[in-house]
Design a protein around this ligand. Structure first.
Ligand code: HEM
Ligand code: HEM
Length: 195
């Protein structure tokens, strides 16, 4: 198995980053909705679930940074035969997925008023306590953290988290299944067994 991508297949590193990220997205949804639906506020479980959500999100940020570097160092496998429209849609979908892998951790981090206790090993200071917040947002724009946080939270939770992100991932997974079972081409194989 090749480490790098080839014209026919994604390589091992791209596959690990892809499927690892998919598991992390699942974990970020499970932790945040477990917190909202199954825990009472101000209990240890509620805090643990929140901290897991924050830690998983920060990990996604690191993974996407590695992934972008790796993608720039590699060719991308060729798309399977299809119309120009289908290829445009595939590229647009992939770019949109990269966008949410960046935007979700960024809006999550800057809009959160508590430190991230990274998997309970060490603390990552909250944005409000950073020099960037003080010079750019507080002094530069004259906003308090509360004023700054409200629209960012709305984007992270109400627009992206609650709807756009999972719908986009669902569309992506349905497209993969469509290729596998209707078009019967190698799209899913490229990201899995390579056969
Ligand atoms: C790709 C990564 C992420 C995804 C997919 C994601 C997704 C979500 C979703 C679905 C919600 C719940 C929306 C709702 O209320 O309906 C949420 C809430 C939240 N997220 Fe994220 N998030 C990510 C990363 C982060 C990061 C990195 C942080 C902070 C460091 C963060 C902080 C929060 C906070 C504080 C809430 C509110 C929790 C609550 O009200 O229970 N998120 N996120
Ligand atoms: C839910 C299960 C998932 C399945 C079945 C799946 C399947 C696939 C397949 C088959 C490809 C190769 C497409 C091609 O070359 O034409 C692919 C690529 C890709 N997937 Fe997924 N995926 C899943 C989840 C995710 C998630 C959660 C994300 C990120 C949020 C994601 C982001 C991407 C990106 C960005 C590419 C393009 C990679 C590149 O060329 O750099 N996928 N996926």
């Amino acid at each position: 198995m090749a480490l790098k991508n080839t014209a026919e297949n994604y390589g091992t590193i791209a596959k690990w980053l892809h499927w690892g990220t998919a598991i992390l997205f699942l974990a970020s949804y499970v932790s945040v909705y477990y917190r909202q639906w199954f825990t009472e506020e101000k209990t240890p479980e509620n805090w643990t679930a929140l901290q897991l959500h924050l830690s998983v999100g920060v990990t996604i940020a690191v993974a996407v940074a590695l992934r972008i570097i790796w993608r720039l160092m590699n060719r991308v496998p060729d798309l399977e035969p299809g119309s120009k429209m289908e290829h445009r849609a595939a590229h647009a979908g992939h770019y949109a997925l990269y966008a949410i892998m960046i935007i979700m951790p960024v809006t999550g981090y800057v809009g959160t008023g508590v430190n991230t206790e990274y998997f309970f090993m060490f603390d990552i200071p909250k944005f409000e306590d950073t020099q960037l917040f003080v010079s750019l947002i507080k002094e530069g724009m004259g906003l308090s953290f509360k004023e700054f946080e409200a629209p960012i939270d709305f984007i992270h939770k109400e627009i992206l988290g609650a709807w756009l992100v999972w719908l986009l991932i669902l569309g992506h997974a349905v497209a993969a299944l469509y290729h596998q079972f209707v078009k019967k081409d190698r799209t899913l194989a490229k990201m899995t067994t390579g056969k």
